[in-house]
Design a protein around this ligand. Structure first.
Ligand code: NAD
Length: 446
């Protein structure tokens, strides 16, 4: 068995895990910033990072003081430097972190494999973190992120911004109000075609690295490989196990977020996937992942089943749900089957109670949106609380990533002991809670 870097770290993680479980989900608040202003550093300024940065900077109390991106071209560091000319520019986050007095809080919007390696040292410096979804690349990293947020008492927020949208907030409110009664089972899906490059194996050869790209820094903790344009950086890294967690990793933290919040789910007991045998490097194009969670005050039995479907055109069975063949599933979303009815939560649109005839006279109480980004900035200043803090998004991410281990072991029913961090049921299951890190790039575990 490969351990979490070494046996001592693994045991230490488990010991902390027990302590973590006894703490309630708290959004830590720590007052930062001189004169009530927050000096923000952005790591990963292109792609989603651009909207993370600009949406956070929309807070009138935020000053953007540092920009870090491994790509200096216009679409990445370039455009951010034009918009925030006063900010100091970096191409290596480690250099930024050598100047901790120059910034108060960090946004991490890099590809998934670098979320924890960048966020952990930020929290160790006492910096609040806003980090994109999925929170991490491995289950062990997700546990470390939660423990670090607790230990350093920093404000945190995962970038599952739909959580703050009226659609998801209203859906959670409906379940909590008892509109569909206790929930018996959940089906969730992302059934659109994948937007990233679909290759069947690693392309051979290499290409010259563009002068603007710091390729070794992009690879970071991951195993090295030659640069190839349009294959990894930018965006297409999602196809690869070394950098991403496939469809479930990409969308699970969005689509299962209101399910987690509505049902107050904790750690899964078991997880089993149906999927084609996995390529050694690339994620599957389709899978079904069946979870069993311990029942909660919002569910109807000792165990609640949550089933995930991904892949183009892959939906739950209308017949099994008692839905007419004419029923049109949204491209992604979930259906919660309750004792009194069902709730459809499209991703992203207002929820719908089913069957429609039964609930035709029900006026849905709409819960307005919050600003996911500004609430993090204000929470850093002690003026608000985040909702997707790592006490919430850490366990959510752990559950999602346990599903990706099941996808790598199709047909095996894996059992999870969250206190001990033990995953049984396949020879490599325990090993896949973590991964090897490139020499010299090992994360700073707490
Ligand atoms: N919340 C959402 O709705 C949403 C939407 C899209 C992406 N995401 C998440 O955002 C993250 C980024 O995804 P993307 O599609 O923007 O990827 P991307 O590859 O398009 O952009 C990543 C950006 O980070 C930069 N970068 C890469 N490695 C870096 C490093 N080590 N240090 C500094 N900068 C680095 C890249 O140059 C690029 O500017 C992912 O975790 C993804 O899952 C979330």
């Amino acid at each position: 068995m490969r351990h979490l870097n070494n046996r001592r770290e693994f045991l230490s993680t488990m010991a902390h895990a027990g302590a973590a479980a006894s703490l309630s989900a708290v959004a830590y608040s720590r007052v930062l910033g001189a004169n009530g202003r927050l000096r923000v550093a952005s790591v990963g300024c292109g792609g989603k990072g651009w909207s993370d940065l600009t949406a956070t900077a929309a807070c009138p109390k935020v000053d953007v003081v540092a920009l870090c991106d491994i790509d200096e071209s216009k679409a990445h560091l370039g455009q951010a430097a034009v918009k925030y000319p006063q900010a100091t520019r970096f191409t290596d986050w480690r250099k930024l972190f050598e100047q901790p007095k120059t910034f108060d809080a960090v946004i991490v919007s890099t590809p998934d494999h670098m979320h924890a390696p960048i966020s952990l040292p930020a929290m160790q410096l006492g910096k609040p973190v806003q980090c994109q979804k999925p929170l991490t690349h491995t289950v062990h990293e997700a546990r470390q992120m939660r423990l670090a947020a607790q230990k350093y008492k920093v404000v945190t927020q995962m970038g599952n911004q739909i959580q703050s949208h009226t659609a998801y907030r209203t859906a959670v409110g409906l379940v909590h109000s008892g509109a569909i009664g206790k929930v018996k089972e959940v089906h969730a899906w992302q059934s659109g075609a994948m937007g990233w490059i679909l290759v069947d194996d690693r392309p051979a050869g290499s290409e010259p690295i563009p002068s603007t790209v710091h390729w070794d820094s992009w690879l970071g903790v991951a195993p090295t490989r030659p640069y190839l344009s349009k294959i990894y950086h930018s965006f297409n890294w999602r196809a690869w196990q070394d950098f991403s967690n496939g469809q479930l990793g990409d969308f699970g933290c969005h689509i299962l977020d209101p399910v987690f919040m509505a049902l107050k789910l904790t750690a899964p007991l078991t997880v089993r996937a149906e999927a084609p045998p996995i390529n050694k490097e690339i994620w599957n194009k389709s899978s079904t992942v069946a979870y069993e969670f311990p029942g909660t005050e919002m569910t109807s039995g000792p165990v609640v089943k949550v089933t995930w479907y991904d892949g183009a055109g892959h939906f739950p069975s209308r017949k099994a749900l008692g839905l007419p063949e004419s029923f049109n599933f949204p491209g992604s979303g979930s259906i919660l089957v309750g004792e009194k009815g069902m709730l459809l939560i499209p991703h992203v649109a207002m929820p719908k109670l089913l069957p429609e005839e039964k609930f035709a006279d029900v006026k849905i109480p709409v819960i307005p949106s919050r600003d996911h980004y500004i609430s993090w900035a204000l929470a850093c200043l002690g003026e608000d609380k985040t909702t997707s803090h790592f006490d919430f998004s850490g366990p959510l991410t752990e559950a999602i990533l346990l599903g990706t281990i099941a996808v790598r072991n199709p047909g095996a029913k894996l059992t999870w002991n969250t206190e001990k961090m033990e995953l049984r049921g396949a020879p490599n299951a325990q090993d896949l809670l973590t991964k090897p890190y490139r020499s010299g790039w090992e994360p700073k575990w707490i």
